[in-house]
Write a protein that binds this ligand. Structure first.
Ligand SMILES: [Zn+2]
Length: 275
């Protein structure tokens, strides 16, 4: 699933490709994609800006706010040529100059969601979003407050969009590896130094990842990751073997030496002894 870095790079691409374009019409090809009642076609509206909030892309026209969650396999593709609309397209924005933006969905479950609301109105998922890692207000003190108010494992905390927005399964693993913290450690138990380290890792890993994704050009390939998806590889920092543990539908990757004092976790047994 795309997370903050992939979405941020996509946002920049969309700013350069579709910002300022006049919409000829919106075509909804697969009704499931539109998650609220909207009967219009956005005719003659101008795309004024594209922003990102957590894992949502927000396209503002002069009259409406289009919020898009790509979920697992959704994508937005700008088509400048006469190329046909893909079979997997769920919606298309046609522009007055003949170019298009297609909303593509290649997955079968957890499908892309689009909300078209009056300008400045957002779906609940955005309204309930937590703080952005890149926001000025995201300080060590703010993070300390969020951590202290909760008793949950760090991995779940980082993936909780209502606490901090934009981080998912992959980058949560990268952040915790970078910070040298156990994914299973309980939020309220972090000391001051650990909170400072975690804050630093959240900010620096997100900035680093945006640059990496930008450079890779292919957002679906994350060859630059250090720990997520790297089971059996050697840790770049200490040489230990990266381990994985599955819990609910998420796989967590970690380095035992760097993060869990050498302990290896068992699947489904995230017991209190390993915090
Ligand atoms: Zn290591």
């Amino acid at each position: 699933m795309p997370e903050l870095p992939e979405l941020e790079v996509l946002r920049r691409e969309l700013v350069s490709s579709v910002k300022g374009r006049r919409i000829q019409r919106l075509r909804i090809l697969k009704p499931y994609v539109l998650r609220n009642i909207f009967g219009g076609d956005l005719r003659n509206e101008i795309i004024e800006n594209i922003t990102r909030r957590g894992k949502y892309l927000v396209i503002d026209t002069d009259l409406h706010t289009i919020s898009v969650h790509l979920m697992l396999r959704g994508s937005l593709e700008y088509i400048a040529s006469a190329e046909k609309i893909a079979k997997s397209a769920a919606a298309v924005l046609e522009f007055a100059d003949g170019t298009r933006l297609q909303f593509k969905e290649t997955g079968h479950k957890k499908r892309m969601a689009v909300y078209i609301l009056p300008g400045g109105e957002y779906p609940d998922g955005i309204a309930r979003s937590g703080i952005e890692p890149g926001a000025r207000e995201f300080t060590v003190e703010r993070l300390a407050g969020l951590l202290a108010g909760d008793s949950m494992q760090l991995k779940s905390f980082l993936c909780d969009q209502r606490k901090i927005a934009g981080i998912g399964n992959a980058y949560a693993d990268e952040i915790l590896w970078n910070a040298g913290l156990s994914p299973f450690k309980i939020t309220a138990t972090l000391n001051d130094e650990e909170v400072r380290q975690l804050h630093n890792s959240i900010v620096s890993v997100m900035m680093w990842a945006v640059e990496q994704v930008n450079r890779a050009g292919r957002p679906e390939r994350r060859n630059f990751l250090n720990v997520h998806g790297k089971k059996g590889s050697r840790c770049a920092r200490c040489g230990d073997i990266i381990q994985t543990v599955s819990y609910s539908d998420k796989d967590t990757f970690y380095c035992p030496t760097c993060q869990t004092q050498g302990k290896r976790m068992k699947n489904r047994r995230l017991s209190k002894f390993y915090r």
